[in-house]
Write a protein that binds this ligand. Structure first.
Ligand SMILES: *Cc1c(COP(=O)(O)O)cnc(C)c1O
Length: 458
């Protein structure tokens, strides 16, 4: 498959190139040149497959011919061997909601599903055989741990993770900082997740620095992650075939829900994608009003959604603007210079055909967790709770599928407030609490971060 940038569709790239680069050289996001609809008989065939076989078909659609199907199949199988469930994801009916639990991987959030595959793709592409690479990743709490688990102790790879200092949960931090491997560096940045993400983007756009350290990225702007997430939309849809299906998705950087949109473009008849946000409601506002205007990030009970610059939205924008790369570039430079851009009515109505958006406050999140626990004896994590809340606000006759993005144990403090209950530590991290943490606190200055990285790798 050929890829282009949302800001320049003249130049095309291979899957391997976009996988390695993460972000396009013009600052845009990579996107397939064309997403072809699968015909009904093909979709019917896919519906018979196991998760691993389905993942092979879907991922292969995006990375052939560079990765052969047989090799890809082995790679995917290897990637999911540490998941504590046979089908990788679990689908449960709880009340009138169908919950898709995506958090049975090694770090208890859906980020593992893509990240474990990415880890093995680096090996498969022989990327590290000649020269050491340095992966720099910004995290709002879960991407970092997933990356650390996927790249821990891999040869010729260092991982630098920037998380916002004191703005993630204790368990989220501990999973990252107790790993103790020599190739993992944790940076607690004095700032927000947006600051972390901006710094990473700034380093990526600095060509000489990027080349000097042989920099690579695995944030959700990396298309390979989206591709792995398309799989569970197909997999779960097939359990409800012949019904109208709506997905409610807890959203921050718009990656996971965009994967649902990709599935829809591939022909999966999804009725609606419900974007659930916390009080960092940039996506709720742009979808309902057309004005994309980031506000200051507020720390919330669902820290992995504390995002105001929702990077993957640019991919939807490109689509909604009929692939007008010039217009995307203009909007993005307006965003930089004026702090916002405005979509017209027609553009908003195109978005609304596919998406609804609802904001759930912290107070509501607590209520949702509390009531859900009382009514169904089931503990939701705060992120998943926003999607459960959002799904109740939608007047829709479809079957509702909620993406469960994290295990509640990761957010113990909040769960205790909401339910006065303890949550048992899942197997994956039972021994975490006794281990020593290691991280460095740094200011949000790009030069300081660059010097830190260079100091560590030389
Ligand atoms: C990352 C994350 C999200 C948001 O996903 P995006 O792809 O950034 O929209 C939601 N919930 C949890 C638990 C997460 O870790």
């Amino acid at each position: 498959m050929e890829y282009i940038s949302t800001r320049n569709k003249k130049q095309s790239y291979s899957f391997k190139e976009i996988f390695l680069r993460g972000l396009a050289p013009d600052g845009g996001l990579f996107i397939p040149k064309e997403i072809k609809r699968l015909d009904e008989s093909k979709i019917e065939k896919l519906s018979q497959l196991s998760y691993i076989d389905l993942a092979t078909e879907i991922i292969s659609y995006f990375c052939s011919p560079e990765l052969e199907k047989d090799k890809l199949h082995d790679l995917i199988k290897k990637s999911y061997k540490n998941f504590l469930t046979n089908d990788i994801v679990k689908i449960k009916k709880v009340g009138d909601i169908n919950l898709i639990e995506l958090y049975h991987g090694p770090t208890l959030a859906f980020k593992d599903i893509a990240m474990q595959v990415l880890g093995n793709m680096y090996d498969e592409f022989n990327i590290t055989s000649k020269k050491k690479i340095n992966i720099i990743v910004a995290t709002s709490g879960d991407t970092g741990s997933a990356a650390i688990s996927a790249f821990n102790d891999r040869k010729n790879i260092n991982v630098f993770v920037l998380h916002p200092h004191n703005k993630i949960s204790n368990i989220q931090r501990k999973i990252m900082t107790t790993i103790g491997s020599n190739n993992i560096y944790n940076i607690a940045l004095k700032g927000s997740f947006d600051d972390c993400q901006n710094l990473v983007k700034e380093m990526f756009s600095d060509n000489s620095f990027r080349e000097k350290i042989n920099m690579s990225g695995v944030n959700s702007i990396n298309w390979a992650r989206i591709v792995c997430q398309v799989v569970y939309y197909f997999f779960s849809y097939f359990k409800f075939q012949n019904k109208k299906v709506t997905y409610a998705v807890p959203t921050g950087n718009f990656g996971d829900v965009f994967a649902g949109y990709v599935a829809k473009k591939m022909g999966l008849p999804i009725e609606k994608l419900v974007v659930a946000t916390n009080e960092n409601d940039i996506l709720e506002r742009v979808i309902n009003t057309g004005l994309y205007k980031p506000a200051k990030v507020k720390p919330s009970l669902s820290p992995s959604m504390d995002v105001q610059i929702s990077s993957n939205f640019e991919r939807l924008l490109f689509d909604v603007l009929n692939e007008d790369d010039k217009q995307v570039s203009t909007f993005m430079s307006d965003l930089k210079s004026k702090g916002s851009f405005l979509l017209n009515k027609e553009q908003v109505s195109i978005i609304k055909k596919n998406f609804s958006a609802k904001k759930i406050s912290d107070k509501e999140t607590i209520e949702i967790i509390k009531n859900f626990s009382k009514e169904h004896n089931f503990v939701l994590d705060p992120h998943t709770a926003t999607a459960v809340g959002a799904s109740k606000l939608i007047k829709d006759t479809s079957e509702i599928l909620v993406l469960g993005t994290a295990h509640p144990y990761k957010f113990l403090e909040t769960i205790k407030v909401a339910t006065s209950q303890e949550v048992d530590a899942p197997k994956q991290i039972a021994h975490l609490m006794d281990k020593k943490e290691k991280y460095d606190i740094l200011e949000k200055k790009v030069d300081k971060i660059k010097n830190y990285i260079i100091d560590k790798i030389t």
